[in-house]
Design a protein around this ligand. Structure first.
Ligand SMILES: Nc1ncnc2c1ncn2[C@@H]1O[C@H](COP(=O)(O)OP(=O)(O)O)[C@@H](O)[C@H]1O
Ligand SMILES: O=P(O)(O)O[C@H]1O[C@H](CO)[C@@H](O[C@H]2O[C@H](CO)[C@@H](O)[C@H](O)[C@H]2O)[C@H](O)[C@H]1O
Length: 519
């Protein structure tokens, strides 16, 4: 019998989750940041579960898949559990509840993401291609598969190097909302094995996770612009909402964790406040963005931007604007200009559509000393339907996202440092914008004629970025992103709403002025 088979059998024999789920689980879930219906106590039902082989006979490891029957939503949530026969004082803050006390066989149930034993077993499951087959009861017809991701050179890939490495320590990152991320230090201080970050998806969905798919493709293309992926867990579970009653999707993603580097949102804020020029990193970032786009266009399906495709995309932008105006009524004041700017995008040629980052901003990129820019989190915009996120899109959407982010830096710094001259801060952002566009244009040249940044930096003038800067599609995409941001801020950070609203007004009034000049 394999370790995995033994784990499955033991969990089945002593299943404290076999009947109704215990109340303490409902209470605990309702208090978690990733659970949306915070105030209403959920009525969780078990959809399924997958087990991990535990190295310790007194610890059982499983992950519950639960659905909240009290809400109309159909979301399924993952709850990794570490179940112990004795209390573990070091896990006290992660205690979910105690079961079976009355029967004299107490089980201490902990949040598995906080237990290094669960994390160790998870990594092993992935690198050893673990498989949890359908088992123990019909209602838990859940399948989980460990899938190592191999980069261009499988023998040196992270999954191969991690295979014999112990987990020295693990800790859960705080501050996130939708996933739980665990950082693990591996090996005996061996520097060839970096720490890894395990992203446990809390709300799981039918369909492949864009972050896993895109980063796997980039790793296989040998991209230097992403953390090295280690692997994923893919699953299948019962879902009455699907035509065949089954859903499948990613449950966990693990990749190299790059320690001690602040994301570019923080470094850019500091630079802008100090009046330090940021155009050199911005130019390199544009170049890196173009490199990622080139790899994605070569490795994943692309779509010609026919008039029909263009109209569909512009119609979607108009729909988003109309929806946004319901939540942010002040947008209605600029409706005619918004409609014209979107319509004007149809008058220029577009590049082929392709896979892109999808939610590109300074908080998603790290400038790593000695390595350069690294892009994170290819999951796409959180407010966008998951089914839309894996469709080919305009690569300029990522460019627009980053340009909006430079503007956010300027707006934030102006607001938080009232003594600074707003025009100087705006000039800082404009320099970033120009440099980013130059780097992007330089990196987008066809292979062969594409220059390295050092060549490019010496040679490139403003012209490289100006084409993109004038592009009617880029303006439309910046406006589309600013409109998205008005909704995002209204829902999440209402104090920030003036920032994207000001951008919407600026983009529309600049357009209106330029029309008047031409008339
Ligand atoms: N591979 C990585 N290396 C270094 N930092 C990372 C890595 N992946 C994510 N981060 C950082 O960890 C934090 C959490 O990331 P993530 O799990 O993607 O959650 P979220 O979707 O909430 O941003 C972010 O601040 C991000 O910058
Ligand atoms: O949570 P995600 O990182 O996936 O992205 C969402 O949240 C972002 C805010 O953290 C939001 O980005 C907006 O604010 C940023 C500054 O905090 C700014 O750099 C971006 O330009 C601005 O869009 C992002 O839009 C949203 O999807």
């Amino acid at each position: 019998m394999t370790d995995q088979e033994r784990a499955n059998r033991e969990v089945h024999d002593t299943d404290i989750f076999a009947g109704d789920l215990p109340d303490f689980l409902n209470r605990w879930v309702s208090a978690q940041r990733w659970f949306p219906n915070g105030r209403v106590p959920p009525a969780l039902s078990l959809v399924g579960q997958w087990t991990l082989a535990s190295p310790d006979p007194d610890v059982q490891l499983r992950t519950l898949l639960v659905r909240d029957e009290s809400s109309r939503g159909t979301a399924v949530y993952q709850v990794p559990i570490s179940e112990r026969v004795a209390p573990a004082p070091h896990l006290e803050p992660a205690l979910i509840g105690v079961a079976g006390e009355a029967a004299g066989a107490a089980r201490f149930v902990y949040d598995g993401t906080h237990d290094t034993v669960w994390v160790t077993a998870l990594l092993r499951f992935i690198v050893e291609r673990g498989l949890v087959p359908e088992q123990f009861q019909a209602s838990s017809a859940t399948i989980a598969r460990g899938q190592p991701i191999h980069a261009a050179h499988p023998s040196s890939s992270l999954a191969s190097r991690v295979i014999s490495c112990p987990v020295r320590s693990s800790r859960v990152l705080t501050g996130e909302q939708s996933n739980t991320s665990i950082i693990c230090d591996l090996g005996g201080g061996d520097r060839s094995v970096p720490p890894v970050i395990c992203k446990v998806f809390r709300a799981i969905h039918h369909g492949q996770n864009p972050d896993v798919v895109v980063q796997s493709v980039l790793a296989q293309a040998g991209s230097i612009y992403i953390p090295e992926p280690l692997g994923a867990v893919a699953g299948e579970w019962n879902d009455p909402g699907q035509p065949d009653g089954r859903a499948s999707g990613h449950l966990v993603f693990v990749q190299e964790f790059i320690p001690d580097v602040a994301d570019a949102w923080r470094t850019a804020l500091l630079a802008a406040a100090a009046g330090e020029d940021f155009s050199e990193p911005a130019r390199r970032l544009g170049h890196a963005t173009a490199g990622v786009h080139a790899d994605l266009a070569a490795a994943m399906p692309t779509l010609e931007a026919t008039p029909r495709v263009m109209v569909t995309m512009v119609t979607a932008m108009l729909d988003r604007f109309r929806q946004a105006a319901i939540e942010v009524p002040s947008l209605l004041a600029v409706r005619p200009e918004v409609e014209r700017i979107f319509a004007r995008a149809l008058t220029v040629p577009w590049q082929r559509l392709q896979r892109i980052h999808g939610d590109f901003h300074l908080g998603q990129v790290l400038d790593v000393p000695g390595r350069g820019w690294i892009l994170l989190d290819f999951e796409g915009e959180p407010l966008r339907a998951v089914s839309e996120r894996d469709q080919p899109d305009a690569p300029l959407r990522d460019v627009a996202g980053m340009l909006r982010s430079f503007d956010y830096v300027s707006g934030t710094v102006t607001h938080s440092h009232p003594h600074l001259d707003p025009e100087r801060v705006a000039a800082w952002a404009l320099a970033c914008r120009r440099a980013f566009l130059q780097g992007y244009a330089l990196g987008s040249k066809p292979r062969g004629s594409r220059q390295s940044m050092s060549d490019g930096e010496r040679e490139s003038g403003d012209h490289a970025g100006d084409n993109a800067g004038d592009n009617a599609l880029l303006t439309a995409l910046e406006l589309d992103k600013a409109i998205y941001e008005t909704v995002y801020e209204t829902r999440n950070r209402p104090d920030w709403l003036p920032l994207p609203l000001a951008a919407v007004r600026r983009i529309t009034s600049t357009y209106a002025r330029s029309r008047n000049d031409h008339d």
